[in-house]
Design a protein around this ligand. Sequence first.
Ligand code: MN
Length: 379
Amino acid sequence: MIKFMHCADLHLDSPFSLDDPHKAEQRRAELRGAFASMMLFAKTEGVDLMLMAGDLFDSDYAGRDTAALMAREFASNPKCKFIIAPGNHDPYTPDSIWARYQFPEHVYIFDTDKLSYFSFDDIGVDVYGYAFTGPSMQHNPFAGKRPRNPQRINLLCAHGDLGEPTSPYCPIALDDVQKSGFDYIALGHIHNTTGIERAGNTYYGYSGCLEGRDFGETGHKGAVYVKLDKTESGEVHAEIRGLRFSKRRYEIIRLNVTGCTSESEIVSRIQKTMVEKGYGADTALRCILEGELPPSLDFSERRLANSVQGLFSLEIIDNTMPMANAEMLAQDPTIRGAVYNALLPQMQGGTPEERETAARALRLIFDALAGRPFGDDAQ
Ligand SMILES: [Mn+2]
């Protein structure tokens, strides 16, 4: 039996998308922390191989200190073989860190865009793979190819776009996977994993990234841990586990706040949802408010975000409509009723942009009529 891990898309040195530059810097440090946690796990568990399926760095201008950090981590675990298949963000070029930096001997880096392999007789494993040698790749190097020795445990470590025939990032057809003859295909490129699946006799899938970087990469992130056995007759048994290494997660919720009559009621509704979903200091939350609120309810997105305690960060997006108590308003003989009735068609039937503009206009006018200063989100 062999033990291996599969990770990808570390994007070390990546910029993080957060409003607060201090927190963005913190996130960079946490990403390195997640990497260190994964490496510690590999060492503790005594894994034989780590398959790193590309985009380890965010760009081919990765800093030397990041390369040094990576090399130190590799050096501290000489029993594990590290296999690297450079991706579209960190392609193997003569100037790249892969070519120029002196990594330890037990680090194996694919350096051509043709399928090649590293052979490990001590554990009976061949690891196939290829490198991006530029920012894009039009053809799948393993399409139509088979491992040279079916008796071996045959793994493939690769960066590419599965099921996207026109992708400029190495389009891989499911058929290529199914007919490949590999026992396990460790893919990188897609940051949200959908789990490891099986096609034909081949396990395959994306590990996802190690840390989410923005709201496009929600949920906890990590790596895949596999214990794999191949019998004499070529039968494969695999125990596959997804492991969390991320320090934080990005999450998005849509919250209906109909019935709230004050800002503090909205705050408690957000807090109740946090408890239900288990969101705490590990969570960067985007909360989209929906539903109908009284037009007179004066709230600011920023003030709301500051009132909610216990999260890593909170972003409020207001998609509510100021239409609660609508019947009373529609009957209102004053200018309030006239404004409401004038804006109602756009608030109800317009495009999302028109609805938002009309809702905002109504709030501003009601604020002005009530003598309130415009909220800080007004512009
Ligand atoms: Mn990529």
